[in-house]
Design a protein around this ligand. Structure first.
Ligand code: PHE
Length: 341
């Protein structure tokens, strides 16, 4: 029996050398130390032995059990250590490496400009009003005091659709009629931003689509002075308090009187340069007092109320501010251009 225990010990220790992974190690434990293993059976069978043999075999069996348990634990510890070392070696993490930069989207320069304009007029109490890009001949022209065949239509080269009298708006002014008809007889103070379309030769100065911001104020006793004051305040907030402005007489069928507003060229301070085409001034918008006919078309009584309106092309303004020399850059989607903003 003692011999059997010696053999068992040797065999078990030899087998253990072959246990190189966790699964084999566990299998080894079950077959040598587990319930039903030979060692256990010998211990259980002790009471069948003679009085003399029992303590000797018992002690030896206990020794073997202790030895196998110790060997098992030693093996398990070294295996765990090896695993830790391997992961340290193989999964090394260099915390000093610079991080990878995340590329972030930005707001398109045309929208950046629009948002600046919205913010300024919002401070002055103007609400933003959205109106449609596909318009009717009636709203885009007729109700704005531009009858069919009137030569003033030549100011706006139009994209007509196949639907009769349906076109892409050439300016944001039809929105004036829409707001008036919705609000009359209440006072109005709104801006109407949005995309406009013109059937023009595309060049560095003109695109077939562009953003405009229309402004409209209607109420009692609104005068040309209110118009000037509002627009000068706008220009100061956009270009800085020092900016000089001027109003030139202009003509639009839907305003009377009409004007165009210039700001002094901030590139040359009015000396004359390439940006202002040697004039010293940059045109930024068209404006005027809402024509009585237009007020009537909008549902207001021109005897009771008056109003002013203005319209500006915001890409043109962005071009001046950022010294962009070609309007085509706005819709060309060239990242080299867009990433500069
Ligand atoms: N709608 C005009 C344009 O497109 C601009 C304008 C708007 C002028 C409102 C006067 C009043 O040129």
């Amino acid at each position: 029996m003692l011999k059997r225990l010696d053999e068992l010990e040797q065999k078990a220790l030899k087998d253990l050398e072959g246990a190189l992974d966790e699964a084999t190690l566990q299998a080894w434990k079950v077959s040598y130390l587990g319930r039903g293993a030979e060692l256990g059976k010998i211990t259980e069978g002790l009471r069948e032995l003679s009085k003399e043999e029992r303590p000797v075999v018992g002690r030896r069996a206990n020794e073997v059990k202790k030895a196998l348990e110790a060997a098992y634990e030693g093996r398990e510890t070294s295996m765990q250590q090896a695993a830790v070392e391997r992961s340290l070696r193989e999964e090394r993490l260099d915390v000093t490496l610079p991080g990878r930069s995340v590329s972030r989207g930005r707001i398109h320069p045309a929208n950046q400009m629009l948002r600046r304009v919205y913010a300024i007029f919002a401070e002055m109490g103007f609400q933003i009003y959205r109106s449609r890009e596909v318009e009717t001949d009636e709203y885009n022209f007729g109700l704005l005091n531009i009858p069919p065949f009137h030569p003033a239509r030549d100011l706006w080269d139009t994209f007509y659709t196949t639907g009769e009298g349906v076109l892409l708006r050439t300016h944001t002014s039809p929105g004036q009629i829409l707001v008036m008809r919705e609000r009359a007889p209440e006072p109005i103070r709104v801006i109407l931003p949005g995309m406009c379309y013109r059937y023009e030769q595309i060049s560095a100065r003109s695109e077939i689509q562009f953003n405009q911001v229309e402004g409209l104020a209607i109420g009692k006793n609104i005068t040309f002075t209110d118009l000037k004051g509002t627009l000068v305040a706008f220009a100061r907030r956009l270009y800085g308090d020092e900016v000089r402005t001027r109003f030139r007489a202009g003509h639009f069928p839907f305003t009377e009187p009409s004007a165009e507003m210039d700001i002094e060229c901030f590139v040359c301070d009015g000396e004359g340069c390439g940006v202002c085409k040697k004039t010293g001034w940059l045109e930024i918008l068209g404006c005027g007092m809402v024509h009585p006919t237009v007020l009537t078309n909008g549902g207001y009584d021109p005897e009771m109320v008056s109003g002013f309106a203005f319209g500006m092309g915001t890409e043109r303004i962005a071009m001046n501010i950022h010294r962009i020399d070609d309007i085509r850059n706005f819709w060309a989607n060239d990242l080299r251009f867009l990433e500069q903003f």
